[in-house]
Design a protein around this ligand. Structure first.
Ligand code: AHG
Ligand code: MN
Ligand code: MN
Length: 338
């Protein structure tokens, strides 16, 4: 029995009974995200072959240069969610504003989806892992009302489900509906995501730290002290520059990921809605912790705008606690202690 392959679709359907209000809608939505992930995976895999590679002459709403595959992944996710019938609107890192999706067959959809269609896109041209990140919220507006910004400005604690896909040496989809974390590896020979990482739990402590150490001199004193400590403790530094890939390593092997404020990004670089919240949800569900550099829990931050950025520190619980102590010891400001 245990050697039997369990596909993502089968797993999602089995898990449907975990929800008191289970009606199959969330199940359908997760399956549609799985389909979109396979389509994006197909294109990412052949990125070196086709003329889809390269930088598009435009910037996204956060001002970063957009790669062509970003736009492709964005469009595929929107198309899959548009056909799903379970999603009434999406907000993406690649769109300035949220996009409302008309009802399919007059059925009012209950969910909104936020996503970073392609995370780590500067890595595409050099054949290094990239990812997709998503989060699902129940809409706050009435089922038949117009979708409003507040449907998206929900705290991470309100997430119904979240996950990521890593397009790496193999393609893995990891998700949680608030009841643990499971990972599925794509078997390209049958085109199915198969359960490969059951009930992922992050080690309480680990041997890796992940931060862009090139910005060391731009970090605040307490962060520099903590990074010195990591280095002194012989932790191994790993920084891919795709948040999904860096977090995936830490989730499986234990460690700490940091993206603090710098002079260029005084509020941090990573986006609260599309990157920080979904990955913090996964991290906490796996037994880890996720806070900002003011020591507030990421999932309790109040979002004020779609493209809001945040500082972030997440990973093994004991290591995040240790980092907190450094901030409390060396910070000149009084942090929000959690
Ligand atoms: P994206 O490709 O979606 O814009 O995200 C890139 C992000 C994140 O994946 C990564 O952790 C970070 O940017 C890397 O930033 P630096 O190059 O400043 O370290
Ligand atoms: Mn990203
Ligand atoms: Mn992106």
């Amino acid at each position: 029995m245990e050697n039997r392959i369990i596909t993502l679709d089968e797993f999602i359907i089995r898990k449907q009974k975990d929800f008191s209000y289970a009606t199959g809608e969330l199940t359908g939505l997760l399956r549609d995200i799985g389909v979109a992930a396979k389509i994006v995976n197909r294109e990412v895999n052949k990125a070196g072959l086709v003329n889809i590679l390269g930088t598009e002459e435009e910037s996204n709403s956060s001002g970063d240069t957009v790669q062509k595959l970003d736009m492709y992944a964005n469009q595929k996710l929107i198309d899959c969610l548009r056909n799903s019938g379970e999603c009434c609107a999406i907000a993406s890192e690649e769109n300035e504003d949220f996009v409302t999706i008309p009802p399919v067959e007059d059925k009012a959809a209950k969910y909104v989806v936020v996503f970073d269609p392609l995370d780590g896109s500067s890595n595409i041209d050099v054949n290094v892992s990239v990812g997709t990140i998503f989060g699902i919220y129940r809409r706050q507006s009435g089922d038949n009302d117009t979708v409003v910004l507040d449907d998206f400005l929900q705290k991470g604690t309100d997430l119904i489900a979240a996950g990521y896909v890593i397009y790496g040496t193999s393609t893995i989809l990891v998700y949680s509906t608030g009841n643990g974390v499971n990972g599925f590896t794509l078997d390209p020979s049958i085109g199915e995501f198969c359960l490969s990482h059951r009930d992922i739990k992050i080690p309480a402590s680990g041997g890796y730290y992940s931060v862009n150490q090139g910005y060391y001199l731009k970090f605040d004193l307490e962060m520099r002290r903590y990074i010195d400590y990591c280095s002194d403790s012989n932790l191994r530094l790993r920084y891919i520059g795709s948040m999904v890939s860096d977090i995936h390593r830490i989730l499986i092997q234990g460690g700490i990921f940091l993206y603090p404020n710098t002079r260029k990004y005084p509020k941090g670089k990573l986006r609260l809605l599309y990157e920080c919240n979904p990955l913090s949800f996964i991290m906490e569900q796996a037994g880890g912790k996720a806070i900002n550099t003011k020591l507030a829990r990421i999932l309790e931050m109040e979002p004020r705008e779609l493209h809001q950025r945040s500082t972030i520190v997440m990973g093994s619980p004991d290591m995040v606690d240790e980092m907190k102590e450094f901030v409390m010891r060396y910070s000149t400001e009084s942090p929000t202690i959690v």
